[in-house]
Design a binder for this molecule. Structure first.
Ligand SMILES: NC(=O)c1ccc[n+]([C@@H]2O[C@H](COP(=O)([O-])OP(=O)(O)OC[C@H]3O[C@@H](n4cnc5c(N)ncnc54)[C@H](OP(=O)(O)O)[C@@H]3O)[C@@H](O)[C@H]2O)c1
Length: 340
């Protein structure tokens, strides 16, 4: 992967404009407009221009669209304050069509988690340090589903620092991040003799057969039915839901248990609710990197991890895709098909 081309591309085949999904304000899904005539981004030093094949969608996308969190703060500061539209989208898989990087050349198939946004378009410029090559055995559709969920799952389980013989409870094992986290925990059942209990609906519990050998689980809690959770004296809670669902799960832990909260805005609420138990409660934030992306892709290529794609929508149907993800009951991932 060494050839470097100019961003303008020697063959002049690059168009100047693209279709993309833009927002000019925050709000409900219909603030997103699929438009033609949007400028193709400029390629900076050590960046590549990617022709986007698939863009995964994540809860952080709709939270940003709603005007919440760091994603929205960045858009306010960098775009809306200058009356410019913003292009959402942090997950991408596609082909390099122009490169200012020594590492990646035109024609390389790549994937990345790009917190600068811009992936809901036909073309996006991305820092080479965020990219990883997509192994031949992985389709761009699979690769497009993996950047945020995959990097988060690997880093979150490491962050949790689970010890030998720990009893670990996790909620949302069938969601985008959860599917990968539960598979990583199943490996630890064998390697580190941990016990794993999951919290999910009956529908999702039935579907977990597609991912794991459920006979190895220590237990399942049906959050839709059980009024209160029994005291499991568990060591670790991996909370992928937060809010009241996270608070309710605190009763499962022993008094000095460890709680890792993925939607970290809920850390303070959990700290307050669990103040009688001497718990350690920590929020987590994923750090995007090419190395982390490569590790995820390799584990999927090796078939040690898999991620179900619930549905793919054309980029022009992004409003439907966001509305579906926002229901909060996805089995795996929803992706946008851009130019595949
Ligand atoms: N801090 C970070 O760096 C970071 C990175 C990635 C994601 N996140 C956050 O982590 C969260 C999970 O992300 P995701 O992509 O996995 O979301 P997702 O795919 O939308 O999660 C959907 C899953 O949540 C489950 N669920 C919903 N309510 C539940 C409850 N009360 N108890 C148990 N399960 C419940 C659903 O299963 P049921 O049908 O069984 O309810 C569904 O399978 C999001 O809030 C996201 O923003 C944070």
């Amino acid at each position: 992967m060494s050839n470097t081309s100019t961003p303008k591309n020697a063959n002049n085949k690059l168009p100047n404009q693209q279709h993309a999904v833009v927002i000019n304000e925050f709000g409900t899904p219909d603030v997103m407009n699929y438009q033609d005539g949007i400028d193709i981004p400029t390629v900076g030093d050590n960046q590549v221009l990617i022709k986007v094949a698939y863009a995964g969608i994540n809860p952080v996308d709709y939270k940003t669209r709603q005007g919440k969190g760091w994603g929205a703060d960045n858009i306010r500061k960098d775009k809306f304050d200058y009356d410019k539209p913003a292009i959402l989208g942090f997950d991408v898989a596609g082909e390099v069509i122009s490169s200012k990087s020594e590492q990646f050349k035109v024609g390389d198939k790549v994937a990345a988690l790009n917190f600068a946004g811009g992936c809901y378009g036909e073309y996006v410029a991305i820092d080479a340090k965020l990219l990883a090559a997509v192994p031949e055995s992985i389709t761009l559709k699979q690769a497009g589903a993996l950047p945020c969920a995959g990097q988060t799952a690997l880093q979150f389980v490491e962050f949790a620092d689970i010890k030998k013989n720990d009893h670990v409870v996790m909620n949302a094992p069938a969601g985008g991040v959860g599917q990968l986290v539960i598979q990583l925990l199943m490996a630890k059942i064998t390697e580190d003799d941990i016990k794993v209990t999951v919290i999910c609906s009956p529908e999702k519990y039935a579907k977990l057969d597609q991912l794991i050998d459920k006979s190895k689980l220590a237990g399942w809690i049906d959050y839709t039915k059980d009024d209160s959770f029994s005291d499991l004296q568990a060591d670790v809670l991996l909370d992928l839901v937060g809010d009241d669902a996270g608070v309710r799960a605190l009763s499962l832990l022993k008094s000095d248990g460890h709680v890792c909260v993925l939607p970290s805005i809920w850390v303070d609420k959990l700290k307050e609710a669990g103040s009688d138990k001497n718990l350690t409660i920590e929020g987590f934030a994923v750090t995007p990197s090419g190395q982390s992306m490569a590790r995820v892709l390799q584990q999927v290529a090796d078939a040690t991890l898999k991620l179900h794609i619930q549905r793919s929508y054309p980029l022009s149907e992004v409003v439907k895709a966001h509305s579906e993800l926002q229901k909060g009951s996805t089995f795996g991932k929803i992706v946008l098909e851009v130019t595949a």
